[in-house]
Ligand binder design. Sequence first.
Ligand code: ASP
Length: 323
Amino acid sequence: MKKILIIHTGGTISMKEDEKTGAVRPHETNPLHDTTPSLKNLGDIQVEELFHLPSPHITPVEMLVLRNKIEEKVAKEQIEGIVITHGTDTLEETAYFLDLTVQANVPIVVTGAMRSSNEIGADGLYNLISSVKVAGSDEACGKGVLVVLNDEIHTAKNVTKTHTSNIATFQSPQYGPIGIVTKRGVFFHHAPTKRTTYPIQQITKNVILLKAYAGMDESVFQAIQTLPLDGVVIEALGQGNLPPRAATGVRSLLEANIPVVLVSRCFNGIVQDIYGYEGGGKQLKEMGVIFSNGLSGQKARIKLLVALELTNDPQQLQEMFME
Ligand code: ASP
C-alpha cells in the first residue's frame, strides 16, 4: 500500500452546520478526523492538521508553509502521494501556488466540499476518498498539482470555482477535466503538456488585482500607487484592451517600474496585442505591459507573486508568463 499523507487546512469540508442558526463554521475539532478509518483500505494513511482555517483566511504565507511541509514530508518520510483538504473559495489559488513551487515529484491532490460534514448530501468524505484514490494512482505522477471534486480530476492551472453553491462548481473552462474517478478506478484521458516550477524560498511582495470596466479611469491606478506595491495584474476587456484613461494609469505604474500583467476578464481565450486604438492591446504592449497566456486574474496574481521573488526584469517576466 502506498504511503499517503492527508494535510487538512480547513474549509467547509472541515466544518459543521449549527442546527439552530444554520451557520456553517469551524468547530474545536475537525470532523474529518472521524472519517480517517474509512480510508484505511486505500493506503497507508498519515494525517496532519496544518491549519483549521476558512479559505478566505488563507494567504500566500500559509501557502508557503504548506509548500514547505510537503517538501519536508516527501524528503524525510518517503511519502508517495499527498491529499490536501482546503476551503473551496481560494482552493484554486493554493493549488496553483503549489503547482508553481513544489519540486517533489509525487501526486498532489487538492480537494474540498460544498456541503459541511453534517449537512444532507455532504460531499466531503466522498471527495476525500476520490482524492486518496487519485493520489495513490501511478498515472497521477508528472501531471502537476491536481484538483479532485465531484468525480472529476482537473489541473490546478486550469480549474476554477464557477458556482457559489452547486457541488459541480469546479470546472476547467476551455480545457475540461483531465480524468474521472469511478467506482472501479481512476481514469486519465488527457495530460498537461508542460509544467515549470520556481524554487522560491520566501513570499514577500504585494501584488494587486484590478478588473477593467467601461469608463475605468486613472484614479484607481493613482490610488494604489500610494501603497507599498510590487506588481499589478489587470483583468482587461476582451482580447486585451483598456479604456483610454485606464491606459494612462497603467503608463504611470510602468514609469514607476511597477510591472503590470494583463489577462482578460473573458474566461476563455488569451490576451493578445491586436487592437491599435488608444488603450488597445498594441499600445499596452508597446508601453511594456506583460501579456499572460490564458491564466485567470487570481492565478496570474499568484504567478506574479512567485515570479517577483526571482526577478523584476520585464523581459524575464514576459517569458515566464508565456510558459
Ligand atoms: N467559504 C468556504 C471556504 O472556502 C467554502 C468552502 O470551503 O466550500 O472555506
